[in-house]
Ligand binder design. Structure first.
Ligand code: GN1
Ligand code: MG
Length: 371
């Protein structure tokens, strides 16, 4: 089967190895190895999930356009090793950016970045600084990208009101799972917590924050790290690169970098937000984006983080209540475990919020004295 798909791309040789790759919850991702004239080359083959991305062709087209833009900017800046620092998509024999098979599934192929790996959680401050810098640089390189060239790959991806409505509908429709998730439903419906949503609604409705091209899935597993030295190379998984708010990208980094464990770690007592990692993350991110952030963006970074953790808990719990129709799960209560984990992280965030604010203020002054 994989041979038939690969035959449609401009790659030489014979398939000698393939296997699943990475920890994504949505698409099918494979590492494939081809051999031609005694040389071996590795590629990442992805089948875009067509029940989540209603037009998977858009995902493929967006990803290629973004990659070309970034590569061109790196070339102009005379950056070395461009194929390690940005993805390289392989065209099909017909010169297209994706292959659509007989059943309408959309596949993309990109070069595997050699001597690099991904991790599911951050080990130390240096890693947090570097990975946040990589995401910051990604956004910076896309500042002059023409947003009209990107179609939204998922409509309503940032529509938090819709996500809350879906959650309430899922609660009403569920039966046994609603009982199992009683405490979590109550926690997420707490009126105090919902002020996060009113605060964000005021910002959005007032058009106070600039819309930029953002990554929208800035988790640590979406940066390739070098096997030698661990420095970050390319930012990957461009499925949801769309116009969005930079505070959300910051927020998703806080969510995934600052926890000491993966997002499905069961022992929630261990899920405590690491403030030293938070400080390093802010330093790395602001070293790239600090120069162009508006005052309003600066002032709302923490709100972005709180919102993203809250909404991720809502999304996992909604999926649990809907019997796991969205995220891949490995066992019966996987989505409930994920929701509990995110709730623990949110609680820890709330208890540290004052201190986190101090950290941001301090770093903000050192990077951009006039803000
Ligand atoms: C999904 O593609 P993947 O697995 O990296 C999800 C993100 C969530 C994330 C949680 C299209 O990302 O929005 O934050 O899981 N992607 C989509 O780990 O819904
Ligand atoms: Mg993704």
């Amino acid at each position: 089967m994989f041979e038939n798909i690969l035959d449609n791309f401009r790659v030489e040789g014979k398939l000698i190895r393939f296997g699943e790759y990475g920890s994504g919850h949505i698409n099918a991702t494979y590492l494939v190895e081809m051999e031609a004239e005694n040389e071996r080359h590795k590629y990442i083959l992805r089948k875009i999930n067509s029940s989540i991305f209603h037009s998977p062709q858009i995902v493929a087209e967006n990803s290629t356009r973004i990659t070309k833009h970034i590569r061109e900017k790196l070339r102009i800046a005379k950056a070395g090793n461009i194929s390690e620092r940005a993805l390289t998509f392989v065209e099909t024999e017909r010169g297209e950016n994706y292959y659509e098979d007989n059943s309408g599934e959309v596949w993309t192929l990109s070069l595997f970045i050699e001597n690099a790996h991904t991790v599911d959680y951050i080990s130390n401050e240096a890693e947090a600084f570097a990975a946040a810098k990589a995401f910051g640089n990604f956004i910076k390189l896309l500042l002059d990208f023409d947003a009209s060239k990107l179609a939204p790959s998922i409509s309503g991806f940032h529509d938090w009101r819709k996500r809350m409505r879906n959650f309430q509908n899922a609660v009403s429709a569920a039966s046994e799972r609603r009982i199992a998730a009683k405490e979590e439903i109550e926690f997420l419906n707490d009126e105090n917590l919902k002020t996060i949503l009113t605060d964000i609604a005021n910002l959005i409705d007032g058009e106070i924050l600039p819309v930029r091209i953002t990554h929208n899935d800035t988790k640590i597993s979406n940066v390739m790290l070098s096997n030698v030295g661990g420095e970050p190379l390319a930012v990957i998984d461009l499925d949801t690169v769309m116009p969005g708010l930079i505070i959300y990208d910051f927020g998703d980094m806080v969510r995934s970098f600052c926890s000491p464990a993966p997002e499905d770690h069961k022992n929630t007592e261990e899920v405590q937000l690491r403030t030293d990692i938070f400080r390093a993350l802010c330093g790395g991110f602001l070293s790239e984006v600090g120069e162009f952030l508006t005052r309003e963006e600066f002032d709302n970074l923490l709100l972005g983080a709180k919102l993203i953790i809250y909404i991720q808990a809502i999304r996992f719990l909604t999926d649990y209540l809907e019997n796991d129709v969205y995220y891949k799960t490995d066992y019966e209560d996987h989505n409930l475990v994920r929701a509990k984990n995110q709730i623990a992280l949110l609680r820890s965030f709330l208890s540290e919020e004052k201190y986190l604010k101090e950290i941001i203020e301090e770093i903000k002054n050192s990077y951009v004295p006039d803000k």
